[in-house]
Design a protein around this ligand. Structure first.
Ligand code: ADP
Ligand code: ASP
Ligand code: MG
Length: 419
């Protein structure tokens, strides 16, 4: 029997009517002759509420209990979706992660898949069940405890099931009708893409476009899953939405195909730090140990004999990290200073920054993209604080208050509204 994976995100299962609406889409695929694995998120807002309850109970919470609480949102929707399908005459059964079982690592709150054995679910399909409704975002550790996969993790559950069950396609139903050139909630000029290359989607996701969790794109790329993003609120058919696929499948591509952004950034600068071989290791080693995800890094040119108090070489080191890791970063650096491993005059934290990035595989072969990016921002009077580039992206850190303006300016500069 051909098999499809259909994933419904939080807003698509936000209440009983929306669950019924999603169930109708599932029923239609069953009528077309598919067995279906449905992956559901928690009802919209539920996961945030559960996280709030955990944090309200324990500041330095035990991550195992965080997962136990936070995974529960998806269990509710899985059961409700199975019930709704049964009411419609579709033989459906719900599955929590441990029942499949979805085996993951034991890194609580950001676990990774290890294996998804098919036997239990295959047996249920063989009994005549047409739909398996799986609670997204969760799994089971080798120690037998519930794990979760990181925020937005249901996308990754969907792709992992599509790979494990060799699904014909993995359809991600959400509250927008596809992947756009930028977040359509930020720019009214954003244009829906019919197709996007895995590499570009991977960059867009990791640079902040939350429409697909980064890991889901990684898995789809690795296991050659046909991944599609489409609307749960509109009528859809096999041509709807955006297909995420190999770049060979895309005929027309621009130099830049998307603008992504991340609001929740912070910039940390260590001023007049003693410069010597090993200083970067002395700074970033403790940060890594403290679990800080350092992103962009700039080091100034070393100055010699800056003043009498600073004989020898000194420099400034700046880096960015997610805003919610600032306290952890500060503590790690202060402790390194106290241990005498690094020596700096001042630690300055700026929590009013955001990151904007332009992404396109065409950059590999085209020069001048950086110049065009900087020109567009300069024309709006937006100051760039940090720059980083890779083969297919250019990212800049700017004041958060200019974020929307910058997204719009870059979208215009690369003429993304035009196909
Ligand atoms: P779900 O709850 O279905 O998982 P998410 O909220 O995680 O949905 O992701 C969908 C949201 O992603 C959209 O509402 C949109 O605001 C945002 N988004 C950000 N960048 C893009 C983009 N380039 N294309 C489409 N949506 C985007
Ligand atoms: N409910 C989880 C979250 O809000 C997982 C998901 O929806 O993908 O992050
Ligand atoms: Mg999501």
């Amino acid at each position: 029997m051909p098999l499809l994976v259909m994933k419904f995100g939080g807003t698509s299962v936000a209440d009983l009517d929306r669950i019924a609406n999603a169930a109708k889409k599932v029923q239609r695929e069953v009528e077309r002759g598919y067995d279906v694995i449905v992956i559901v998120s928690a009802m919209s807002g539920k996961t945030n509420e559960l996280v709030g309850w955990v944090e309200g109970t324990s500041k330095l919470y035990d991550a195992r209990e965080y997962d136990a609480v936070v995974a529960s949102g998806e269990n509710v929707t899985a059961g409700l979706m199975a019930l709704r399908l049964q009411e419609m005459g579709v033989p459906a059964r719900s599955w929590q992660g441990w029942q499949v079982p979805i085996n993951t690592t034991s890194v609580h709150s950001s676990a990774r898949f290890v294996s998804i054995p098919r036997e239990n679910m295959d047996a249920k399909f063989a009994e005549g069940f047409k739909v398996a409704v799986v609670a997204g975002f969760q799994g089971l550790s080798p120690e037998g405890r519930i794990t979760t996969l990181g925020r937005g993790g249901s996308d990754t559950t969907a792709v992992a099931f599509a790979a494990a069950f060799e699904a014909e396609r993995c359809d991600i139903y959400t509250d927008v009708d596809g992947v756009y050139t930028t977040d359509p909630r930020v720019s009214s000029k954003a244009r829906k893409l019919d197709k996007i290359a895995f590499e570009e989607m991977l960059e867009l996701s990791s640079l902040g476009a939350k429409v697909l969790q980064t890991r889901s794109v990684e898995l789809a790329m690795r296991f050659k899953v046909r991944l599609r993003v489409l609307s749960s609120f509109e009528e859809t058919d096999e041509n709807s939405g955006t297909l995420v696929c190999d770049e060979e499948e895309i005929m027309e591509s621009k130099v830049v195909n998307g603008v992504a952004f991340s609001r929740e950034e912070a910039k940390i600068t260590l001023f007049t730090i003693e410069d010597r071989p090993g200083v970067a290791q002395a700074i970033f080693g403790p940060l890594a140990e403290a679990g800080v995800n350092v992103d962009m890094i700039v080091q100034n040119i070393s100055e010699k004999d800056y003043d009498d108090e600073h004989p020898g070489a000194v420099t400034d080191m700046t880096f960015s990290c997610p805003i919610n890791q600032v306290e952890r970063a500060k503590k790690a650096l202060e402790q390194a200073q106290a241990r005498g491993e690094i020596k700096y005059d001042e630690l300055i934290i700026d929590t009013e920054v955001a990151k904007v990035s332009v992404v396109g595989i065409g950059m590999r072969s085209q020069v001048g993209v950086a110049a065009r990016t900087f020109e567009a921002l300069a024309a709006e009077g937006i100051n760039i604080k940090v720059i980083s580039t890779s083969e297919i992206k250019i990212s800049v850190l700017i004041d958060r208050k200019y974020l929307e303006l910058a997204v719009q300016a870059l979208h215009d500069a690369f003429e993304l509204e035009k196909a």
